[in-house]
Ligand binder design. Structure first.
Ligand SMILES: NC(=O)c1ccc[n+]([C@@H]2O[C@H](COP(=O)([O-])OP(=O)(O)OC[C@H]3O[C@@H](n4cnc5c(N)ncnc54)[C@H](OP(=O)(O)O)[C@@H]3O)[C@@H](O)[C@H]2O)c1
Length: 312
């Protein structure tokens, strides 16, 4: 099969389009004919890109662990999915990814995709959708009527979090750079503060007092500064680095997103019913993956689709 591979650690310049062996279907696995894939710009810096779960070298590695496609083979002991099912999900980062014509993935990491949701939309939803869901509901315990502050509200994860929080009945305040305000407003923020123009602490104090939950996708100095805007007993969730402790009763959480079939099903149900929209910044063919990584690193907003077998 054709695939994008990287033979040794380094940046996106080292990605090559070449022939690779077709993947083997293991116990509990399925083989997916990849229709669309997506990636996280920093994934070539992750140690898991180079080694398997035993720490052994697994190069050449195939990147992009966000996938949508159709099952062509089912491994021994696999339940819940069948050959011909349209599926999507976030796959194990210790294994080869979806920048290829075919992918072997654990069946439990994938969910069935409704006919009305395209492969391009699904591939770009998996990681931001799961990350936003787990931040708001698993770790942040966000409830109807609460107020959430989302840093990076115009980004891939942030814009998904804004929509999910609004849908759950929360009041949503977003921050980010000025040009991303339009995306954040389109996603549904009640207020948006430009981090380059305002001290968000002051603006939050003026508009909401304190918030029940902060979800920080930006990191850096924004993270420690956020501790002061959390209500007593509230929560600060970060996906960039571990946050400082909050005063007694508050909870500070750092987590790494995990595959979850039930949550994927909740996410696609919201897309199917028009309550959630993915944020696609650009589409590239599989052979152009190197250019896609470089374009994302140079600041294209939104998620990038790698079109492999397409939606036809
Ligand atoms: N822990 C996990 O499991 C997990 C999961 C997913 C993502 N992540 C990480 O979370 C981060 C966000 O991911 P993403 O996919 O949403 O990225 P993204 O689409 O690039 O969104 C990040 C947003 O934050 C804004 N931003 C970044 N630094 C800023 C600053 N100093 N001031 C103002 N705005 C700033 C960006 O604006 P500009 O484009 O203008 O910089 C962008 O709008 C990444 O670092 C990613 O690696 C972690």
């Amino acid at each position: 099969m054709k695939a994008i591979r990287i033979h040794q650690p380094g940046g996106a310049e080292r990605l090559v389009y070449e022939d690779a062996p077709a993947p083997y279907v293991g116990v509990g696995d399925v083989i997916v004919r990849v229709h669309a894939a997506s990636f996280t710009p920093g994934e070539l810096d992750w140690p898991v890109t180079w080694v398997d779960r035993s720490g052994r070298d697994r190069t050449p590695a195939i990147p992009a662990h966000e996938v949508s496609g159709v099952i062509t083979e089912v491994g021994y002991g696999t339940t819940g999915l069948r050959v011909g099912d349209r599926v999507y999900g976030l796959t194990d980062r210790h294994r080869d990814g979806a920048a290829a014509e075919f992918l072997a993935a654990e069946a439990r990491d994938l969910a069935v995709l409704p006919e009305t949701v395209t492969h391009a939309d699904a591939a770009t939803l998996a990681m931001p959708g799961l990350t936003a869901w787990q931040a708001l509901f698993t770790h942040g315990r966000l409830a109807d009527g609460q107020t959430v502050l989302i840093h990076g509200a115009g980004g891939g994860v942030g814009s998904m979090a804004v929509q999910l929080a609004r849908d759950a009945g929360a009041r949503v305040i977003g921050t980010g750079r000025g040009p991303h305000g339009e995306v954040a407003r389109d996603a549904g923020v009640h207020e948006f503060f430009d981090l380059d123009q305002h001290r968000f602490e002051d603006r939050v104090k003026d508009t909401a007092g304190r918030v029940d939950l902060v979800f920080d996708t930006v990191g850096g100095e924004v993270l420690p500064r956020s501790t002061g805007v959390v209500s007593p007993g509230g929560t600060l969730v970060s996906i960039s680095s571990p946050p400082p402790a909050l005063p007694a009763g508050g909870q500070a959480v750092y987590f790494i997103v995990e595959p979850d079939r039930a949550q994927l099903t909740e996410i696609t149900e919201r897309v199917r019913t028009g309550r959630l929209r993915p944020f696609i910044g650009a589409t590239f063919g599989l052979a152009e993956t190197r250019r896609a990584f470089l374009a994302k690193q140079n600041g294209i907003p939104g998620k990038i689709v790698l079109e492999v077998h397409g939606d036809g």
